[in-house]
Write a protein that binds this ligand. Sequence first.
Ligand code: TLP
Length: 344
Amino acid sequence: MAQKIIDLRSDTITLPTPAMRRCMASAEVGDDVFGEDPTVNLLEARTAEILGKEAALFVPSGTMANQIAIRAHTEPGDEIAVEANAHIYYYECGSPAALAGVQCRLLNGQRGIFSAEDLLSALRPANLHFPPTRLVCLENTHNRGGGSVWPMAQISAVTQTARRHGLRTHLDGARLWNAAIASGNPEKAFARLFDSVSVCFSKGLGAPAGSALAGDAAWIQRARRFRKQFGGGMRQAGILAAGALHALDHHRERLAEDHAHAQQLAARLANCPGVELNPATVETNMVIFRCLQRPAAGLVERLQALGVRALAIGPDQIRLVTHLMVSSRDIQRAGDILVRVFKS
Ligand code: TLP
């Protein structure tokens, strides 16, 4: 019998479980643009409660959540401060420029994490020539940072500095659930430090689609208008919201398993020749490592031929992501295959 392919490209590839599908199939629905989908309303209320915010807005994707947030915090011609490897800047198709008409001022972080001083050094005094910097965005966990978790004190320092200089603050919390489990701090402990937070139900939580944006009620009302403008007003979206509600109730605690699996992979890879990886930097469900001897693209092909899918995220960088569709047994086998490829 053919061996199962172990897909570690992303936690976005997770399929809805049978129990999740049952919730989706029986969801009560209505027209959400009229505010009449009871399941979407429930999901928005529950997300706001988990994040300790006044209100939340269900949107189709994490990208849309972030881009609505940027649009709702700024006006065209403004500037936003964002880390150079942040998803918002690196992977969202130039949307800050295309959709909100803002320019990005880039900060250099370490594994995606920067300091209050880094932010301060990017701020310029008010002057006719300079675009006003209105917003700073953080990402937690940080994707290209290898799933790194921001220390709470550092978030506090950055967001306090931002506030002191009149900047709004947004958190790309696509994987805030992982940060909460890894750090032992509830999601709302992170969220309270920001004006707005985006979260995704379709990554490690395993829902088929959907994200949310949370903030204060008046601002979410403004965001709702931009959701419509961006084409994200959905109708009987309760079918999707039901999957997200199921994920919130059943798939958050289990993220600890994914984190343990990432640790196991990292421990094995770190001993392989040609691999640069410090396993101590693996904090959540991602393992990003540098390949010192062969190009990442060729290694990914070789791994796939042996039954493991990985993602080349640079000429010499590979990313592995653990998630609810990979068991401990799969991790053992994936580790064997990785060792075989790197030791050959
Ligand atoms: N990230 C995807 C790819 O786009 C790279 C992945 O496989 O990790 N914020 C963060 C931090 C993300 O990692 C992602 C997705 C998003 C936002 C966007 O979410 P979607 O894909 O729902 O638009």
